[in-house]
Design a binder for this molecule. Structure first.
Ligand code: ZN
Length: 210
């Protein structure tokens, strides 16, 4: 096993569509082993082949539960259900986070490293990760899906705190002075788009770097 170099945003490889895996041989097994080691070494929960420069349709996932890493070769999401909003990160965009809406659960049909087909339904963080990784196979980075401008985790926390304080202040205002409530627009509202059309401010529950 070996740790491979993770390609960063800016490299055109990440924007290309990957081709199906056709040969289930030792070379594939080595690639999968290396990808798992590289993912663990980087504290990621998922890693797609294009991120290590291989334009083939496969990714690995280990969300840190009791299960081992799962390998998805030629994955296809055959069913999606529900909606979750949460914070995402990506090993190819280190240090950044954004808020992305994904299905709450997905059913995937894929092959394992030996070529055997399996079909399984995943929810929560796994579903988020699978969507993020299959996007990689289609040359899509989560920056394109993010509802917020990507920023550092620290900036994100600061902004969350600022919005929380603002909400508390607004809640304390008397109805009669409602008209005086202003939203300061000083250019620091980097996460403004996080507010959805219902006016809810999502407090993301989990974070993935994949
Ligand atoms: Zn990623």
């Amino acid at each position: 096993m070996a740790i491979r170099e993770i390609i960063l945003e800016g490299d055109p490889t990440l924007l290309k569509k990957s081709r199906p895996v056709k040969r289930f041989n030792d070379r594939l097994a080595t690639l999968v082993d290396d990808m798992i080691e590289t993912m663990c070494d980087s504290d990621g929960v998922g890693l797609a082949a294009p991120q290590v420069g291989v334009l083939r349709r496969l990714f690995v996932m280990d969300i840190g539960d009791e299960d081992d890493a799962i390998v998805f070769v030629n994955p296809e999401i055959i069913h999606k259900e529900g909606l979750q909003r949460g914070v995402e990160g990506c090993l190819s965009l280190p240090g950044l986070v954004g808020v992305v809406s994904r299905p709450l659960s997905v059913t995937v049909r894929a092959q394992d490293v030996e070529g055997d087909y399996f079909e399984k339904t995943f929810t929560g963080l796994s579903a988020r990760c699978i969507c993020h990784e299959t996007d990689h196979l289609d040359g899509i980075l989560y920056r394109r899906r993010s509802e917020t401008v990507l920023c550092t985790r620290e900036e994100f926390e600061e902004e969350e705190q600022r919005k929380r304080a603002e909400r508390e202040r607004a809640a304390q205002q008397d109805d009669s002075v409602k008209d005086d409530v202003t939203s300061p627009d000083d250019g620091t509202a980097i996460l403004e788009r996080e507010t959805d059309e219902k006016g809810h401010h999502g407090v993301p529950e989990n974070e993935v770097s994949t």
